[in-house]
Design a protein around this ligand. Structure first.
Ligand code: SAM
Length: 264
């Protein structure tokens, strides 16, 4: 049916409508914090209820948005009023999913659960990056196209200390080509740290882990792009009460990936 959104756990609108009609009035606000494909919101809109939905999955949010836009179009075509809606992003909740532990467990089990989650997280990132897992390294988790890959922490920015550890292991094991993947990098890390590594004969490439790594479909379709970290340097120029910013340097660390993507 047109109602079907391809969402695995979608509920029928008719069933939800029956519940909503018997439990709520038109002026009521309906909330579903596990909105999935948006059935509750769709029914609420059609029955003239106000609604709020939330979900930790990006796919659910996109599915719901698409569904609600179609319903607005349908209602408009029928000459029925509908309300505008907005989408708010409340935070890095998907990462939270990977580090949250069950606090009812004993300390030791919590620790075990955390380790397990970190391992799954690293595997997820490596898979999305199309890298192969490796063991017996202190800093490195995988390898790809002749380069070793280090995955930064889930919930913290990559710090200078982290990069220094990587450089140390490179020097001990004669590793010369490295990718560091992270959600965030500490401020002031670039470009100095890259120059420092270069002086030691190490080619360091820093890349951002995109949010799409949590979107299974994007991963399977190979649509997840890890962008190279770039930076700009500006110098302020004062002229009386006026200030101008001069762009004095910028850099993008091109990798074979980005060149290939640009060519495609
Ligand atoms: C069973 S599905 C809901 C299906 C929905 N009734 C429909 O008709 O499409 C449950 C949803 O809850 C979401 N979810 C699971 N844990 C969550 C959490 N802690 N916070 C927000 N959403 C969550 C999942 O991503 C999933 O989309």
């Amino acid at each position: 049916s047109r109602e079907f959104q391809g969402y695995p756990t979608q509920k029928p609108e008719k069933l939800v409508a029956r519940i909503m009609e018997s439990l709520t009035k038109k002026i009521d606000l309906v909330a579903d914090f596990f909105i999935g494909s948006g059935t509750t919101a769709a029914v609420a809109e059609k029955l003239g209820r106000k609604w709020i939905g939330s979900d930790l999955g990006k796919f659910a949010i996109h599915t719901t948005r698409k569904r609600m836009i179609n319903i607005q179009r349908q209602l408009k075509a029928e000459g029925t009023n509908y309300r505008a809606f907005e989408i708010l992003n409340l935070g890095k909740y998907e990462r939270q999913h990977y580090i949250g532990v069950n606090t009812n467990l004993r300390e030791k089990q919590q620790q075990k659960q955390l380790q397990e989650k970190e391992k799954n997280f690293t595997e997820l990132i490596l898979h999305a990056y199309r890298a192969e897992g490796i063991e017996n390294f202190k800093c490195f988790h995988g390898k790809k196209a002749g380069r070793l890959v280090a995955v930064g922490p889930i919930n913290l920015p990559v710090t200078r200390l982290f990069v220094e550890e990587v450089i140390l292991e490179c020097r001990q094991k004669h590793i010369t080509r490295v990718d560091i993947l992270a959600f965030e990098f500490e401020m002031g890390l670039f470009p100095n740290i890259l120059d420092e590594a270069k002086e030691k004969g190490i080619d360091l490439a820093m890349k951002y882990i995109p949010r799409e790594v949590f979107d299974k479909r994007a991963v399977e379709k190979d649509e997840v792009v890890f962008h190279d970290v770039s930076y700009i340097e500006v110098t302020p120029r004062y002229n009386g009460k006026k200030i101008a910013m001069e762009l004095t340097d910028f850099s993008v660390f091109y990798s074979q990936d980005t060149v290939a993507n640009a060519a495609a």
